[in-house]
Ligand binder design. Structure first.
Ligand code: GBH
Length: 456
């Protein structure tokens, strides 16, 4: 295969951005401090039965008070990027960008990014990682088109205030997740189970919010600011890599992501998507589709479990091969292990849509971490996971995928949404009683990879 000179001999390209990722509601805590308004996750996590063990993000890993310590941990890891998210309700407590932004909320993020830059760690800022202002949910949330505009207005303010020190912004995190889990399955906030038309409309408002925010950032952020999003595409992976299955995976990538990345890159919904929905198809205008497909500087891919695709004699040309109960998984039942997803998805996204750049904005694993009597966390399962996925990413770049960086999910153990603190994704262990941080074995592995820019 044609090796790119940038990634020979098992190395990653020079200047490759190694990073770690978190999200506001999952790590910050300080839920009622600094003038922060309630988000749908504050409401949802306090409803008994919604989150494992009744856990909430009220305190979490307390990054709000401990960001300096966390930055020191990142320095030790040698990482060059930190992906964090801004809590919308710290900036605008009721979600509306009328009047002045809350100075205390803004001040927190300004101090955070200044401290990152001082440590030579580039901030990568996500504007929406699922913590919708409760006041907007009360007006219909993502069912209401106005929410998309409110998001863009908020994005404009954060962009204008932070882009002097933040050069990369992501609009939304995983439109697929917050729309499907929040409004179709009801397992995430706000816990709704809408009908097909309602869900399709919510998804449309999600991609619209992204598109309007891209336009708002272009208008209000410092010229030259890099703008993208982080999405978790259905990770189409050929079940066996022969020509027919690779072709099938390319078709599946477009169809399985029709309301999300496909709409964003192509500016239209696929005919198959609209036909399948029939009378439940979303209502949209040409102007909206144009906004949705606003050109991006990069696309962020969150890649975990593969979706295995096989060529088949079906109208779409493929079928999804579902993992059996004995298929290897990490601690989260949904997290089936398929390292080659990190080979195929960046490659196929690159071929299909030619993005200017790809970042792997999340990849990582849950494991049943235990501390030894010596105070060590020897997470050989997570270490194995990361080594295998990163080997595949390295191959993908060698074969031409335009991947510029990788952010491990997560720096810290944190509030894993409906799973609460029960599932740990950190490469650094958090003792929630003392807030003590302990780098796990996987952190040492990651440090070695980062320092040598290759899989050791
Ligand atoms: C990401 O989602 C999120 O961006 C991040 O906040 C999160 O902490 C991280 O992954 C780890 O989960 O329980 O059967 O309903 C990853 C994609 C899609 C994975 C939805 C969990 C829920 C499956 N997620 N999925 S289920």
């Amino acid at each position: 295969s044609p090796a790119s000179p940038a990634a020979q001999g098992g190395s990653f390209p020079q200047g490759f951005v190694w990073g770690t990722a978190t999200a506001a509601y999952q790590v910050e805590g300080a839920a009622n401090l600094g003038g922060r308004g309630k988000s749908i996750w504050d409401t949802f996590s306090h409803i008994p039965g919604k989150v494992a063990n009744g856990d909430t993000g009220d305190v979490s890993a307390d990054q709000y008070h401990r960001f300096k310590e966390d930055i020191a941990l990142m320095r030790d890891l040698g990482v060059k990027g930190y992906r964090f998210s801004v809590s919308w309700t710290r900036i605008f407590p009721d979600g509306l960008a009328t009047g002045n932004p809350n100075a205390e909320g803004l001040g927190y993020y300004q101090r955070l990014v200044d401290a990152l830059r001082e440590a030579s760690i580039e901030p990568y800022c996500t504007l929406f990682h699922w913590d919708l202002p409760q006041a907007l949910e009360d007006k219909g949330g993502w069912q209401n088109r106005d929410t998309a505009q409110h998001f863009a207005d908020y994005a404009a303010v954060v962009g204008s205030k932070l882009s002097d020190r933040v050069s990369h912004f992501m609009t939304t995190n995983e439109i697929r997740s917050f729309t499907e889990l929040g409004y179709a399955n009801g397992v995430h906030a706000p816990g709704l189970k809408l009908d097909a038309q309602g869900v399709a409309q919510v998804k449309h408002h999600g991609v619209l919010a992204h598109g309007l925010a891209v336009q708002a950032l272009r208008a209000h952020a410092r010229p030259g600011t890099m703008i993208g999003l982080a999405e978790n595409p259905a990770a189409a992976t050929p079940v066996i890599p022969d020509a027919a299955n690779i072709h099938a995976a390319e078709a599946a990538l477009r169809e399985e992501n029709a309301p999300f990345l496909t709409a964003i890159f192509e500016g239209r919904y696929t005919e198959r998507y609209l036909a399948q929905l029939g009378g439940s198809a979303p209502k949209f205008t040409d102007a909206e589709m144009k906004a949705i497909s606003s050109p991006l500087d990069f696309v962020g891919l969150n890649i975990y479990n593969p979706m295995y695709i096989k060529a088949a004699d079906t109208p779409a040309g493929y079928t999804v091969v579902h993992p059996s109960p004995t298929y290897p998984r990490m601690a989260s039942p949904w997290l089936t292990v398929g390292p080659e997803a990190l080979y195929w998805v960046p490659l196929l996204v690159g071929r299909t849509w030619q993005p200017r750049a790809i970042y792997i904005t999340e990849n990582g694993a849950s494991a049943a971490d235990l501390m030894t009597p010596h105070g060590e966390v020897l997470d050989i399962d997570r270490a194995m996971f990361l080594r295998n996925y990163l080997n595949q990413l390295q191959r993908s770049i060698t074969d031409g995928a335009p991947v510029k960086g990788y952010f491990v999910w997560s720096l810290l153990d944190n509030f894993e949404w409906a799973d609460g603190y029960d599932k740990r994704f950190g490469i650094v262990y958090v003792d929630y009683k003392t807030q003590k941080r302990t780098p796990k074995l996987s952190a040492h592995l990651y440090r070695n990879i980062v320092m040598q820019n290759r899989i050791v």
